[in-house]
Every structure is written in structure tokens, then in C-alpha cells.
Design a protein around this ligand. Structure first.
Ligand code: NAD
Ligand code: TYD
Length: 353
């Protein structure tokens, strides 16, 4: 089996769902269930013995050690993190605790467990750490995209905390020989995305008749990756990545924010036109910029393609259409996030492990 951390969040939950749709190998899912953790996303796994959910913190070394000893996973995939840049600006402390201190405790527990493995079990073991392109800082308009050797220049408390975690993971490989893999990916989008991030926020606000807040001039560029493509990249790196290596994961979809917002509006105009005949784009409102806002991210994913044969399956056009349609088809999931009812799911459906 594998141990996934942060598997009730956006990417982690998509990963768990896809994993169990494709493998029979069980997953132990350790998640603290912060505001970003949503077990309703995993409702389709209710009663599925291949999914063992445990509410807890990656920084709880005793708990992680117990789970490792009990379940003897062949791999750990670490998604657990505080992930929202705006929250890191308003309150960085949780980011330091989970992303840095928590990753440190996880590494220590995994090192002790791996140290006790023998033979093929020891050789086969992997720790895959999921990170972000934001550790590389901001690109100028004509700069080449980030490669794996781009220097680290994090600019927000979020990206600085992720950079620190990447350095710890790297050090545990170089110092202790821990069999690690690191992936640095670009902005994900897709189903089950918490509506505080750009794309789901725009869909949800548009449908609610609210303003669509675009920071600054809206010309900041992000490189969008459909979440299921990210999950397939992680599976591929876990399967065949070279130990100690870093792999960038991107969708080859660089777009300015305003174009993303206009695309979402145009899709909604087509799929769920406003009752008053107006365009959703009329709800766009330019607001004050984010402090220290990175201007451009772009991922060069050629290493992953050349070494491991991975390519994204979705274009931006196909992925964004699926995403908008998913939000239209799942109003209950959205309503429960907005009302806070999703936080009651754990009490109703899971007993403590
Ligand atoms: P998310 O915020 O949706 O989910 C994070 C999950 O981690 C939540 O379920 C939360 O409850 C859990 N968690 C938080 N602190 C924890 C702790 N101390 N112990 C155990 N669980 C904890 O984030 P996401 O978008 O799914 O991102 C997953 C990973 O991918 C993160 O490491 C993030 O840095 C990275 N990443 C995300 C993106 C993106 O576009 N979303 C892009 C690049 C990298
Ligand atoms: P976000 O989804 O928060 O991801 P990140 O900051 O990790 O890239 O934001 C994506 C881009 O969209 C980023 O440039 C900030 C911008 N943005 C807005 O313009 N308005 C918003 O309401 C949000 C949440 C983000």
C-alpha cells in the first residue's frame, strides 16, 4: 500500500480517487482536515476497504511512525501543505509549521521507518514530495521557462516555506540516502478545487452574481495544468523517476489571468447564460494587486517527457471546459463548501482511527 498525506485536499483527493480507479493497491490517507481538507470529495470511497482515512498532522511524529509501522507502505506521497499565497501573506505561521516543520517531522519518521526495512522492501521504497514552480520566483516576459536547475528565488511566505521543504527533502537524500523524488508543478485546476483559488472562485462568484476580482492589471501569467494530468505525472515519477531527482510538471499553457477569467465567463455564457441576457464578463472588477505578486511562472517539462515519456493529456481548452461543466454539475459540493457544511462530514461519516 501507499501512504498519501494531504489526500483530502484538492490535488491529493484527485490523486487518491484516480489511484483507486486504476489500481487495487490500498491507500492510507493522512490529513489534518484544515479548512482545505474536504472528505466530501472522497464520498465515493465510503465503505471502500482500500481507502483508510486517518485525521492527523504530518508533524505528529508518533502518529506517522505508528502508521508506517502498522501499514508498511512501499511509498509515501506528500501533498500535505498550506497552499494559498494570499493566506500566507495574511498569516504565515501555519505555513512555517506545516510546510517546513511538518515536512521535517515527516522526513524523520520516514527515515526511521526506511532505516528498518531490508532487502527488496528497502530498495523499492520511495518518498515523493509534491512541490510548486513558485519556489523558482518570478520570470520576466521573455525569460525561458523554469527548468529543474533554475535557482530558487521564492517571493511569498508560501513559496519560501515550500522551498525550505524542498531543501530538506534534498538534504535527506544527500545526507542519509533517503530514496526521494521531488515534483515541482505549475498551477493546477479541475474538479474539487476550493473556491478561494482563481478558477473556482471565478466560476462560483459568476454564478452567484458576485464581482470577479482580478488583481492589479490581470496580466500576471500562470502555466495551467489540469489536475488529472498532474496526478498521472506523479504516478509516472513514482514508478520510474530516478532517485534524488527533481521533475518539473507543467501543462504548456501559459496564460494571463484576465484571459483565464474571460474564458471562464465565455464558457458560462454558453453553458449557463445569465437570465438577464448580460455577459458574465460584466462582473469583472479590477482590484488592488497582491503584495509582492509574481508576474510570470512557466514550466519547462521537457525532462519529464524525455526521461519518463510523460505528457499532459488535456489542452487548456478541453480541461477548462470539463472544469466549468464539473462546477455546474456539482452545486451541492460547492454549496457545502460555502456554507461550511463540508466540515461536518468527518463527524458524520468517519470514526477516529
Ligand atoms: P490544498 O490546500 O487543497 O490541500 C492541502 C491538504 O493538506 C488539505 O487537505 C489539508 O487538510 C492538508 N493539510 C494541511 N496541513 C496538514 C498537516 N499539517 N498535516 C496533514 N495534512 C495537512 O492544496 P492542493 O492544492 O491540493 O496542493 C497539494 C500540494 O501541491 C501542496 O503541497 C501544494 O504546495 C502543491 N501544489 C499545488 C498547486 C496548485 O495549483 N494547487 C500547484 C503546485 C504545487
Ligand atoms: P491563485 O489561484 O491564488 O494561485 P497562485 O497565487 O498560487 O498562482 O492565483 C492565480 C493567479 O490569479 C495569481 O496571479 C493571482 C490571481 N488572482 C486574482 O487575480 N484574483 C483572485 O481573486 C485570486 C484568488 C487570484
Amino acid at each position: 500500500m501507499i501512504l498519501v498525506t494531504g489526500g483530502a485536499g484538492f490535488i491529493g483527493a484527485n490523486f487518491v480517487l484516480d489511484w483507486l480507479a486504476q489500481h487495487h493497491e490500498p491507500v492510507v490517507n493522512l490529513d489534518k482536515l484544515t479548512y482545505a481538507g474536504n472528505l466530501e470529495t472522497l464520498a465515493s470511497l465510503q465503505g471502500d476497504a482500500r481507502h483508510v482515512f486517518v485525521q492527523g498532522d504530518i508533524g505528529d511524529a508518533a502518529l506517522v511512525a505508528r502508521l508506517l509501522a502498522e501499514h508498511r507502505p512501499r511509498a509515501v506521497v506528500n501533498f500535505a501543505a498550506e497552499s494559498h499565497v494570499d493566506r500566507s501573506i495574511h498569516g504565515p505561521e501555519d505555513f512555517i509549521q506545516t510546510n517546513i516543520v511538518g515536512t521535517f517531522h515527516l522526513l524523520e519518521a520516514v527515515r526511521a521507518y526506511w532505516g528498518g526495512l531490508q532487502g527488496t522492501e528497502r530498495e523499492a521504497f520511495r518518498l515523493l514530495h509534491v512541490s510548486t514552480d513558485e519556489v523558482y520566483g518570478s520570470l520576466g516576459k521573455d525569460d525561458p521557462a523554469f527548468t529543474e536547475t533554475h535557482r530558487y528565488e521564492p517571493n511569498s511566505p508560501y513559496s519560501a516555506s515550500k522551498a525550505a521543504s524542498d531543501h530538506l527533502v534534498r538534504a535527506y537524500h544527500h545526507t542519509y540516502g533517503l530514496p526521494v523524488l521531488t515534483t515541482n508543478c505549475s498551477n493546477n485546476y479541475g474538479p474539487f478545487h476550493f473556491p478561494e483559488k482563481l478558477i473556482p472562485l471565478m466560476i462560483v462568484n459568476a454564478l452567484a452574481g458576485k464581482a470577479l476580482p482580478v488583481y492589479g492589471d490581470g496580466m500576471q501569467v500562470r502555466d495551467w495544468l489540469y489536475v488529472k494530468d498532474h496526478c498521472s505525472a506523479i504516478r509516472r515519477v513514482l514508478e520510474a523517476g530516478r532517485l534524488g531527482e527533481v521533475y518539473n510538471v507543467g501543462g504548456w499553457n501559459e496564460k494571463p489571468n484576465i484571459e483565464i477569467v474571460n474564458t471562464v465567463c465565455a464558457l458560462l455564457d454558453e453553458l449557463r447564460p445569465r437570465a438577464d441576457g448580460q455577459r458574465y464578463a460584466s462582473q469583472i472588477s479590477f482590484v488592488a494587486d497582491r503584495p509582492g505578486h509574481d508576474r510570470r511562472y512557466a514550466i519547462d517539462a521537457r525532462k519529464l517527457e524525455a526521461e519518463l515519456g510523460w505528457k499532459p493529456a488535456e489542452t487548456f481548452e478541453s480541461g477548462i471546459r470539463k472544469t466549468v461543466q464539473w462546477y455546474l454539475d456539482n452545486p451541492d459540493w460547492v454549496a457545502h463548501v460555502q456554507s461550511g457544511a463540508y466540515r461536518e462530514w468527518v463527524g458524520k461519516h468517519y470514526s477516529p482511527a
